[in-house]
Design a protein around this ligand. Structure first.
Ligand SMILES: N#Cc1ccc(Nc2nc(N)cc(-n3ccc(CO)n3)n2)cc1
Length: 285
């Protein structure tokens, strides 16, 4: 598709997967500068045609991401409106969504997981300082740009993806339990920076459970009861980690720790002799 002055023309390759209202494809962006062609591999997020009325929310999500830049935030090149199609053009992040990566790898070391968690906390801290609510923090929206390889002493590198379409439909909010803060199910729902801290807690749980989906296959009624009875996700054997997850997933939004506290706690876990404590978990070197 081309747009306007031919600044952005993208070609769709194979479909890589899908979000709630979108499908993602690998593509190529061709920029013409000083009469020269520059090709860049990109990720195309296409809004499903039957969800056209979500296009404002779709644009909101992409414009939020293109207004700010940070090393751990996904780069959004822009949106292309071509005929009936709404397409968000993003940098292609090499290893894709973290949840699938963790499921596939199954043996990511504790030190890599802590590194990923800390980078996500830094991204959240950046948004927090700009008073920007992401609204959809989860392992599926954390993208892996570089694998960590302890034997090569390289650390992983993540990019937080766009928040996707803000949903207001109750069933879609219920479906996002346990990532969505319980305050979103109140009337009126309160979306705040604190909600991202709750979601961070649920994402920590995913990271340290190798990408396992929390409350997998629970139906909406059971999920609703999970919040109604103030339940917590299954605690890790590592008490300091379990404590951090429950502190983030505090049913009182104001009681959740600030990003700075979370970063400090993660640094303590990183420097603690977790290798000794978790020698069983860390894969053979
Ligand atoms: N095999 C494979 C493979 C798949 C994807 C990527 N890269 C990528 N880059 C992005 N910017 C966004 C995404 N997404 C994936 C799901 C969603 C929905 O949110 N986004 N994937 C790289 C390799």
């Amino acid at each position: 598709q081309t747009q306007g002055s031919g600044m952005l023309c993208v070609f769709q390759d194979e479909c890589l997967g899908q979000g709630s209202f979108t499908r993602v494809f690998k593509g190529t962006k061709v920029d013409i500068r000083e009469g020269e062609e520059h090709r860049t591999q990109v990720l195309l997020k296409v809004l499903d045609a039957n969800h056209k009325d979500y296009w404002e929310a779709f644009f909101e999500a992409s414009s939020m991401m293109s207004q700010i830049s940070h090393k751990h935030l996904l780069l959004v090149y822009g949106v292309s409106v071509h005929g009936a199609k709404n397409i968000m053009v993003q940098e292609l992040v090499k290893y894709g969504a973290l949840d699938l990566y963790l499921k596939r790898k199954g043996s990511v070391s504790v030190s890599c997981k802590l590194d990923i968690a800390k980078q996500l906390a830094l991204a959240l801290n950046f948004l927090d300082e700009k008073n920007i609510v992401h609204g959809n923090i989860c392992a599926k929206n954390v993208l892996l740009a570089r694998e960590g390889d302890p034997s090569q002493e390289t650390s992983p590198f993540i990019k937080l993806s766009d928040p996707g379409i803000k949903v207001s439909l109750l069933d879609l909010i219920l479906d996002r339990i346990p990532w969505v803060g319980p305050e979103l199910l109140q009337d009126p729902p309160i979306l705040s920076l604190d909600s991202d801290k709750w979601s961070f807690g649920a994402t920590l749980w995913e990271i340290f459970n190798n990408g396992e989906t929390p409350l997998k296959d629970w139906d909406l009624e059971m999920k609703r009861r999970f919040y109604g009875t103030y339940q917590q996700l299954e605690p890790s054997q590592w008490t300091e980690l379990a404590d951090m997850i429950t502190q983030c997933m505090d049913y009182q939004p104001a009681s959740r720790p600030s990003c700075r506290v979370v970063i400090r706690q993660l640094n303590n876990l990183i420097t603690s002799d977790y290798e000794v404590l978790h020698a069983s978990e860390a894969p053979e070197r």
